[in-house]
Every structure is written in C-alpha cells, then in structure tokens.
Design a protein around this ligand. Structure first.
Ligand code: ADP
Ligand code: MG
Length: 311
C-alpha cells in the first residue's frame, strides 16, 4: 500500500527551480532515503509535504488522501522533524513534547503517557524537567524528534536530523529510526551523508538540482556503476597535475582533486593502473598511498553528476 505518492511535483523560487517534476512513491513499511547535496531540493519537498510551502505544479497523496483537500487529517497523522530545530527554549523538555503532541490531537492521560514514552524513546526521560538551553546540540535534536513522534504517526519525515551533532547522538538517532520503523511507522529520511542511507534505508532516491536522478535499493543503485572502479591516490603535491593528461589515459572517466588526494573514476575492466602510476612518477610527484575501491553511493553520485556529494 502506498503511503506517499508525489506526482510531477514542481516548485520554483523566483527563477530558481528548487523541485523539478519529481515523482516518488513510498510504500508502507519503507525507510525511504532522500539523498542529495545541499541545495538539492530535499527540504523544499518536505516543507511542501508538511504544508509549510505551496507547490507550483503537481499533486501529493499522503496516507491515500490528497494533500490539497485533506491537510488537517494528514497533519494529524504524520510527524515531521524539521531541519531547523522547532523547540521552545522557555518550555521544559516535557512541556515541549506535550505541546506538540497536543497539537496533533492527544488529550488527557494519553497525552501525558505518550509524552513520557517519546522522551524515554529518545533517551531524555531523565531530562524531562530541564530546559533545552542546557542541552547539547544532539540532545536538542533528539527532543525535536520526540516532539514529532509522541502521537505515534503512521508516517515520520525527518529532514537532516544528524547534521552537526556528536557521533553518540548520531548513532542514537539512526538506531531510533530503525526502531520507529519496526514499530510500524513508514519513514522518509533526508540527508547528504551517504553512509546513513546505506545503513538505515530500504530504498533511496538520489536528488540533485531538484531532479530525482536515480532511485532504488542500495544494491540497485550500485549496479549503475558496477563496471567502474575508483582509484584514490594520496600524493605529496597536486600543483603540477595536468587533469587533461590524466583524463586521456585509457579507461579514465573523471578526475577529482581534494587537498592531497586524487580521485580517479575509471572503467573496471581497463588495466590502466600502471599508466596512472607512470604519469605521477614522470611528473616527479610521489605517491604516498594508492587504493582501488568498489563503488559506493558516493561513486554513484559522482558518476551520475560528475560532482561529489559533499564539497
Ligand atoms: P536541500 O534541503 O536539499 O539542501 P532546499 O530545498 O533547502 O535544498 O533548497 C533548494 C533550492 O531552493 C536551493 O537553491 C535554495 O537556495 C532554494 N530555496 C529554498 N528555500 C527557499 C526560499 N524560502 N526562498 C528562496 N529560495 C529558496
Ligand atoms: Mg535541507
């Protein structure tokens, strides 16, 4: 059963096309990862889904109902964790969660119980009476999540919930996504960290410049680049490297530099490692390390766009 159906969604800000005719269907029980670099259009899609922004064209069905006609029903039955923290500094952790849960329609003892459950779920039960100003970034993020899940929504949408937090809170959040899914919620998870979607998502949509450029399980996405390999060289200096000459080596598809690292995308079958190494020795550039790796979602993105996921 489909929980979300996005049809030809289109949104522009002035002349800037933020979402360019996107189609996505998400089924019950999925953890759907929306992966893309900053500015790709992820938050715009989420903000349209949660009713904060109006679309220019297209339609969205959530929980089998049209968003335009049933926004009240939809708002009550989904939980949105926004990219920008939406918590009140002047309310305690408990009061924050209770406030949001009441907006979602909970009342009385159910409101109280579910508020505590949500705080316990994100590991903040002991902090229920404290104010967010004493919290670390990761704790605030977790409180932000508690606010969106207390009413046990069928669909939970999380917009980059792990940006800029400590590894411990990050792991906690990733684990809680899995647990929420096991408890029956369908999840949409946006991020620009490919490791996260690899670990927790059942299906992934890769988005760039407002377009969905690839979609599938991580195995399906990696199959796009199975005939490719990535050669990474750590060198002592990159100033004398001529990118054209490297690109002219048989089999080489693209070359990228980053500080002392040279990333070469190449056909898997072509035996060109000797020629690549020769290029560096001929130009008196010493190689400190060289590794050749199988594709991951980063290489998928690189192959499809010619750019890295993170700059
Ligand atoms: P992401 O969440 O993937 O980083 P966004 O959806 O925030 O990307 O942004 C997509 C594009 O739309 C970007 O070019 C961004 O600058 C632009 N954009 C987003 N929100 C607004 C807004 N409120 N007004 C104008 N431009 C916006
Ligand atoms: Mg965003």
């Amino acid at each position: 059963m489909s929980i979300v159906k996005i049809n030809n969604l289109y949104k522009k800000f002035g002349d800037n096309i933020a979402v360019d005719s996107i189609n996505i269907t998400i089924n019950q029980g999925e953890v759907y990862g929306l992966l893309g670099p900053n500015g790709a259009g992820k938050s715009t899609i989420i903000n349209i889904m949660s009713g904060l922004l109006k679309m220019n064209k297209g339609s969205i069905e959530i929980l089998q109902k049209d968003l335009g006609k049933n926004s009240k029903f939809i708002k009550r039955n989904i939980g949105v964790v926004p990219q920008e923290l939406a918590i009140y500094e002047e309310l305690t952790a408990y009061e924050n969660v209770k406030f949001f849960a009441s907006l979602y329609g909970l009342k009385g003892s159910e409101l109280k119980n579910k508020t505590f459950e949500a705080l316990e779920f994100v590991g903040l039960k002991e902090k229920a009476k404290e104010y967010p100003k004493s919290f670390s970034g990761g704790m605030k993020r977790r409180l932000n999540i508690a606010c969106a899940i207390a009413h046990t929504p069928k669909l939970i949408i999380m917009d980059e919930p792990t940006v800029g937090i400590d590894p411990q809170s990050r792991n906690h959040i990733l684990k809680s996504v899995k647990k929420l899914n096991e408890k029956g919620s369908t999840i949409i998870y946006t991020t620009h960290y490919m490791e996260e979607v690899e670990t927790i998502c059942t299906r992934i949509g890769i988005i760039d410049h407002g377009k969905l450029i690839a979609e599938g399980t991580k195995e399906e996405l990696k199959a796009i680049v199975t005939d490719k390999k990535n050669i990474k060289l750590v060198v002592d200096q990159i100033d004398n490297i001529n990118i054209k000459e490297l690109q002219n080596i048989t089999g080489v598809l693209s070359v990228e530099f980053n500080e002392d690292i040279v990333n070469i995308n190449s056909n898997k079958e072509t035996n060109n490692l000797d020629k690549i190494i020769l290029y560096f020795t001929n130009n008196k550039i010493s190689i400190r390390n060289i590794t050749s790796t199988e594709p991951n979602l980063e290489t998928v993105f690189l192959t499809l766009t010619g750019r890295k996921l993170r700059d």
